[in-house]
Design a binder for this molecule. Structure first.
Ligand SMILES: N[C@@H](CCC(=O)N[C@@H](CS)C(=O)NCC(=O)O)C(=O)O
Length: 197
């Protein structure tokens, strides 16, 4: 059985949980306390030398890190991850966007605020993240106006890649809710779709 090392309040980990639940894949979830330095123990470093969660343990000797690599590995063979062409490339497009233009601003600002409680020595860094964060939200908000059509035909791995969002733009939130109602077989509860700021 898969084992995930993570923290459900981290967007990078939450999206793995979301996909596992959507695919109804049995798994064990082991909480890792990043503030207590649990990603820096010898035991954890043997799983991911980069000292970060999430980590998917596949078997005794195989671990996979990097959230989007984990998503793609779990989604292989399911409609969440189209198997070729522009549709697969589109998933990768949003995953790379998430890692380069979204996560370093939005997720890091959220970490400073929510996890660390906005310590004085990181206030300037927090404020410096705002421009990039708002730019990412704007890109998502404008690009995803076309999403209802797209989601009706394919399922939303690219959007789940962008989950570490402090506040969903209303439009994106309502698209998600509407789409979820319109897709058969979505037995997911609201708690998996909503992340707190
Ligand atoms: N690019 C990585 C980023 C992972 C990451 O930044 N994880 C954070 C939690 S969200 C972490 O483990 N931080 C602990 C640390 O840096 O010590 C991914 O997408 O998985």
């Amino acid at each position: 059985m898969y084992c995930v090392y993570g923290d459900i309040f981290s967007g990078n980990c939450y999206k793995i949980k979301l996909l596992l639940e959507l695919l109804q894949i049995e798994h064990e979830w082991k909480h890792v306390d990043i503030l207590a330095g649990e990603t820096h123990t010898e035991q954890f470093l043997a799983k991911n030398q980069n000292a970060k969660i999430p980590v998917l343990q596949i078997d005794d000797s195989t671990c996979l890190s990097e959230s989007n690599a984990i998503l793609n590995s779990l989604a292989e063979g399911f409609s969440f991850l189209p198997d070729h062409g522009i549709e697969r490339a589109r998933v990768l497009q949003w995953q790379f966007f998430e890692q380069y233009s979204h996560e370093p601003y939005i997720a890091v600002a959220r970490y400073i605020n929510k996890y660390l409680g906005m310590p004085k020595d990181r206030e300037a860094e927090y404020h410096a993240k705002q421009v990039g964060g708002h730019k990412a939200l704007q890109v998502m908000s404008i690009s995803w106006r076309k999403l209802p059509f797209w989601l009706a035909h394919h399922q939303p791995l690219p959007t789940s890649a962008c989950l570490p969002t402090p506040r969903w733009p209303t439009k994106v939130d309502s698209i998600f809710q509407g789409t979820r109602k319109s897709l058969d077989g979505w037995k997911i509860s609201n708690r998996y779709l909503i992340m707190s700021a």
